[in-house]
Design a protein around this ligand. Structure first.
Ligand code: HEM
Length: 498
């Protein structure tokens, strides 16, 4: 009897909190809510609207349809949270370049790792980002090319076992090579396929958990979330990362590792910055390294899985890549142990166009999340955003807008990114890595690694698939997911130059 009363009491308190938040936020944002177009559902009811959809895929479609119904921007209640959502390049440019919009919103609080760059509060972020930019300088990235090449060579050896056989899901091979590269550059440590698989599984679970929490507004309240099994699982996932990082940090601090391996690694850079006066605490190291692992591995493996699928569906694109490799590398391209220098890698323009087109259609991060730190006048169509407004830039919608990309926006055409087609296009039409003040710190890292993968994979294998482009369906998570497998068939390419 007492237990039932206690549960009723807790439920009542939670309901009261929920409703008083909704009322408070409604009073705060009601003027914008009624002035800015969007579904005029009051706080809480949008949940029903979005969640009549049965699956993550349907939910994603509902959200994308809202952007189509209210072009350029709209505002909406998500639970008790007021959101301003845009898929417009001009509005996005404003939001991404105004210092008062540099703060991440509540959604990024769920990311965990509060002392890592992605989720860090803006007052500390500017200083910390300046310190860590050097970890992604060109000389550091150039020193990663041989490391990446070594990881890719291992992946190719493994893929050879699948040559001339039935179609298989290449996702596992791609995630393993990505994870190994990330571990090498973050910790100076080479890992086995099995260990890479365990890390990737943990990363995926970690990210799924964040997404599930974000999609269930009652879990936005710490008091409810902290009592849930979701929280217990997430603590376990985080502990897995933290135990590993703590061990690596102890080893590197005690000089108990190969100095050459860690010299340019991210953790090695953290040690240097720490010794130069920053004096990192262990919590900083855990969050910085945890952020890098999660931010780098999942985005790159998502991108590469879609890139490989696009190659398999577009054999003409593979032919263009082969032609370019021959032109840029000449006889060098026949070398088994080719380590390409950075200048030649930069000259692979068609490879770059192919990657960009895949990032446009299948952007790993489907949205950007910010919050206004003060009242903001966007200077566009009288849009005034009060302090505390949650901002969402719908990258997926932006990348598929016909007004920008033409009537064939849904088709895969790398030529969109050649010089003639792209020189007068605003950089804010293409935001896979975001842009402006707080854009991705690892964008050049990612492009170098992905170019190397495409170069070596296409040089070695011919890809094909029975999957049909028109039938592909995606769903959103923290990163975009294909529904179904990344099924490809691979055959060995002839050794001689084409
Ligand atoms: C295809 C690969 C990648 C994609 C699509 C991607 C995308 C993004 C996006 C959309 C953001 C959010 C920016 C914003 O809020 O404005 C971001 C931030 C970030 N990314 Fe990446 N990323 C990729 C690879 C990487 C890699 C390889 C690393 C590290 C090695 C990395 C590290 C980070 C970090 C640390 C941030 C936070 C930056 C800050 O707030 O200062 N990312 N990334």
């Amino acid at each position: 009897m007492y237990e039932t009363d206690l549960l009723m009491c807790i439920a009542f308190i939670l309901l009261f909190m929920y409703i008083s938040d909704a009322v408070r936020d409604y009073m705060r944002y009601r003027r914008q809510f009624w002035n800015i177009r969007g579904p005029k559902t009051l706080p809480l009811t949008i949940i029903a609207y979005i969640f009549t959809a049965r699956s993550n895929a349907d939910r994603f479609e509902v959200l994308q349809n809202l952007s189509k119904r209210y072009p350029r921007y709209y505002s909406v209640w998500f639970g008790t949270k007021y959101l301003f959502v845009t898929d417009d390049p001009h509005v996005s440019q404003k939001l991404l370049t105004i210092p008062n919009c540099v703060e991440k919103n509540f959604f990024m609080d769920f990311f965990g790792f509060p002392r890592g760059l992605i989720a860090m509060k803006s007052d500390r972020w500017k200083y910390e980002r300046k310190l860590l930019n050097s970890s992604f300088s060109l000389p550091v990235l150039q020193s990663y090319v041989p490391i990446f090449t070594k990881c890719i060579a291992k992946s190719i050896e493994h893929l050879k076992a699948n040559c001339d056989k039935e179609e298989f899901d290449i996702k596992h091979d791609v995630t393993v090579v990505v994870m190994n590269a990330v571990m090498n550059t973050t910790f100076g440590k080479d890992i086995s396929r099995d260990v890479a698989k365990i890390f990737m599984e943990n990363t995926e679970k970690y990210l799924d958990n964040i997404w599930n929490r974000a999609m269930k507004p009652h879990y936005h309240y710490d008091i409810i979330y902290n009592l849930s099994s979701m929280k217990r699982d997430q603590d376990k996932n985080r502990k897995f990362f933290f135990d590993f990082i703590t061990n690596e940090w102890d080893q590197i601090q005690s000089g108990n590792c190969n100095a050459a391996d860690v010299e340019n690694s991210f953790i090695g850079q953290l040690l240097k910055v720490s010794k130069n006066g920053r004096n990192y605490e262990i919590e900083d190291i855990l969050d910085h390294c945890g952020t890098m692992m999660v931010a780098a591995a999942d985005t790159m493996s998502t991108a590469l899985n879609f890139i490989v699928l696009m190659l398999a569906m577009h054999e003409n694109v593979q032919e263009c890549i082969i032609k370019e490799i021959n032109e840029v590398l000449g006889d060098e391209c026949m070398k088994e142990d080719l380590i390409i220098d950075y200048e030649k890698l930069s000259a692979l323009k068609y490879v770059e166009m192919t990657i960009k087109e895949a990032l446009r259609l299948f952007t790993p991060a489907t949205g950007l999340f910010r919050e206004t730190k003060a009242d903001v006048d966007l200077g566009i169509e009288n849009i005034q955003l009060p302090k505390g407004t949650n901002l969402v830039i719908n990258i997926y919608g932006l990348h598929r807008k016909k007004e920008i990309w033409g009537d064939d926006a849904h088709l895969f055409k790398p030529e969109r990114f050649d010089f003639e087609s792209s020189y007068d296009r605003s950089p804010f039409t293409f935001l896979p890595f975001s842009s402006g003040i707080r854009m991705c710190v690892g964008n050049r890292y990612a492009m170098i690694f992905m170019k190397l993968i495409v170069l070596h994979y296409v040089k070695n294998f011919h890809f094909s698939t029975s999957l049909k482009y028109e039938e592909m369906r995606v769903k959103a998570g923290i990163t975009l997911n294909l529904i179904g497998n990344h099924s490809v068939k691979i055959t060995r390419r002839r050794k001689e130059r084409v």
